[in-house]
Write a protein that binds this ligand. Structure first.
Ligand SMILES: Cc1ncc(COP(=O)(O)O)c(C=O)c1O
Length: 440
C-alpha cells in the first residue's frame, strides 16, 4: 500500500481514508462507493501550483478534468487558484455550474463540435487548443461574427515515445491528436492559424501520454517543443509566449509503480522546469508562460472504491474469483487497458495476503474484471473490499451497462464524509426512455 497521513490502517486493522473508517463509510453510504480524500487532492494541486510559482514564475496548472469531473472538483480547483482543462461541452457546463472562471479554462478535443465551440465562446473560455484546420476555420468565423479575437494554442506532436501502455500514448507519429513537427504538418498549421484575423496564436500544446514515470520523455518533449518554437520564430517571425506540456505524470497502482510523495511530484516538475529553462537558453527564447495539465496524479490516488464481496468461486487449479457488487460499469480500466490495482479487505487490512485472486464484477461479460492476480487474505462474502487508486478515469468512464447504477461519490476530510455525487436510482435509468404509444 502507498499509505499516507490520510490513508492508513488504524489500530483495529481497518482501512481509514480522510479520517473515516472505510467500514463505517460502507455502512453509511452503501457500496459500491467512490471515496475521495480532499486533503490529498488539494495537496497535489498545491504541489504543482507552488512548484511552478516558486521555481518558474509565470505559469498555470490546469486540472485535466477528464480524470474526474463533477461540480465539487471544479469548486476545489477554483479555491486552489488553478485552471482546468475540459474536453467537451459537458465538462465545460459542469465547470460553469460550479462557478469556475472561464478565463482559466483550456478547451481540448480533436473533433470539437460546432455547438461546443459556440458554447465555449459564449462562456468566455480562455484558450482553445486547436487540433484540426476545420476547427480553426470555424472558430475564426464564429469570432468574426462576434467581433472578438480568441487566444488559441496549436496541439503539436513532438514524436516522443512515452514509456507507458500503447493505448494511452498520444505523441507517436500515428496519432489522432496533434500535428507532427517532423512531417512539417505543425508548421503548415501554424501558418494556417497565423493567417486568421480572429485567432491569436499564443503558442503550442503537447501531451505525450499518461501514467509516465520516466522524466526524460517529458524533458525531451519539452526540448522538442522549444526547438519548434525557435524554428517558428526564425522562419515565420512568430514569437510564441505559451507552452502547455499536457499531463501524464504517473501514480502508484501496485508495487510495480514508483511511490511518490508530494515532494516527489515537486521534484518531477522541477526536472521538467529545468528542461524548459535549459531549452529556452539553448534556443535564445524568452521563458514562455508554462502550463501543465495533470489529471490522474491529482485525483488518482485520492480516490478509492469500496465494494461488498458477494459470490466466491474457485475453479480448482485455475483461478479463484471474488465477485463484488461493482464491475466494469464503475471501473472499466481493466477491460480497456488491462490495468493493475491493489486491493485490501477494508476490515482486515492488517492481515497478510495469502492468495492470488481475480476480482470479478457483476456484469454479463466474461472480461468484466477489476483485476487479475490480486494479493488478498481469504475473502468472505460480506467483506468490504477496497480497491486503491481508483480516483482517475473510473467515475468519468463509468456507464450504466446492464442497467447497473453508477455509484455515488463522497468527499472525505477530517473524519467527515459528504456526497459530491448522489446515488442514482432506477428511476434515473428510465428517465430518458420513451415508450411509443403503439408499444404500450
Ligand atoms: C490533452 C491532455 N491533457 C491532459 C491529460 C491528462 O493526463 P493525466 O491524467 O495522465 O495527467 C490528458 C489525458 O489523456 C490529455 O489528453
Amino acid at each position: 500500500m502507498n499509505t499516507r497521513k490520510t490513508l492508513y490502517i488504524n489500530k483495529e486493522g481497518h482501512l481509514t481514508i480522510g479520517g473515516c473508517d472505510c467500514l463505517t463509510l460502507a455502512k453509511e453510504f452503501g457500496t459500491p462507493l467512490y471515496v475521495f480524500d480532499e486533503d490529498y487532492l488539494r495537496g497535489m494541486m498545491r504541489t504543482y501550483r507552488d512548484t511552478i510559482a516558486t521555481e518558474y514564475g509565470d505559469g498555470l496548472v490546469l486540472y485535466a478534468s477528464k480524470a474526474f469531473s463533477c461540480e465539487a472538483m471544479y469548486a476545489i480547483a477554483k479555491q486552489e487558484g488553478i485552471g482546468a482543462d475540459v474536453v467537451s461541452g459537458g465538462e465545460l457546463y459542469t465547470a460553469m455550474k460550479a462557478g469556475f472562471p472561464a478565463e482559466k479554462i483550456c478547451l481540448h478535443g480533436n473533433n470539437k463540435l460546432p455547438q461546443e465551440i459556440g458554447y465555449a465562446l459564449d462562456c468566455g473560455v480562455g484558450l482553445f487548443a486547436i487540433d484540426n484546420p476545420a476547427e480553426a476555420d470555424l472558430l475564426d468565423g464564429e469570432c468574426a461574427k462576434r467581433g472578438t479575437v480568441q487566444d488559441v494554442l496549436l496541439r503539436i506532436n513532438p514524436g516522443v515515445e512515452a514509456h507507458t501502455h500503447k493505448f494511452v500514448q498520444t505523441a507517436t507519429p500515428d496519432s489522432k491528436f496533434g500535428f507532427s513537427v517532423q512531417s512539417g504538418a505543425a508548421e503548415e498549421m501554424t501558418r494556417h492559424i497565423l493567417a486568421k484575423k480572429h485567432l491569436r496564436l499564443r503558442g503550442f500544446h503537447c501531451h505525450i501520454g499518461s501514467q509516465i514515470f520516466e522524466k526524460n520523455s517529458f524533458c525531451i518533449a519539452a526540448e522538442k517543443c522549444l526547438a519548434f518554437m525557435a524554428d517558428m520564430k526564425k522562419t515565420l517571425g512568430f514569437r510564441a509566449d505559451c507552452l502547455n506540456l499536457g499531463g501524464g505524470f504517473g501514480i502508484w497502482y501496485t508495487d510495480e509503480d514508483e511511490k511518490f510523495t508530494f515532494e516527489g511530484y515537486a521534484a518531477y516538475l522541477r526536472a521538467l522546469i529545468g528542461a524548459v529553462k535549459e531549452g529556452c537558453k539553448k534556443y535564445g527564447l524568452d521563458l514562455p508562460k508554462l502550463m501543465i495539465e495533470p489529471g490522474r496524479s491529482i485525483v488518482g490516488e485520492a480516490g478509492i472504491t469500496l465494494y461488498t464481496v458477494g459470490a466466491i468461486k474457485e475453479i480448482k487449479g485455475i483461478r479463484k474469483y471474488v465477485a463484488v457488487d461493482g464491475g466494469m460499469f464503475d471501473n472499466p480500466r481493466f477491460c480497456l487497458y488491462g490495468s493493475k490495482y491493489t486491493a485490501v479487505l477494508a476490515g482486515r487490512a492488517d492481515e497478510q495476503p495469502t492468495e492470488l485472486v481475480s476480482v470479478a464484477g457483476k456484469c454479463c461479460e466474461s472480461g468484466d474484471l477489476i483485476g487479475v492476480d490480486l494479493n488478498l487474505p481469504a475473502a468472505r462474502t460480506g467483506d468490504i473490499l477496497a480497491v486503491l487508486s481508483t480516483g482517475a478515469y473510473n467515475y468519468s468512464m463509468a456507464s450504466n451497462y446492464n442497467r447497473n447504477l453508477i455509484p455515488p461519490a463522497v468527499l472525505v476530510k477530517d473524519g467527515k464524509a459528504e456526497y459530491i455525487v448522489k446515488p442514482q436510482s432506477y428511476e434515473d435509468l428510465v428517465r430518458n426512455d420513451v415508450l411509443p404509444e403503439r408499444l404500450k
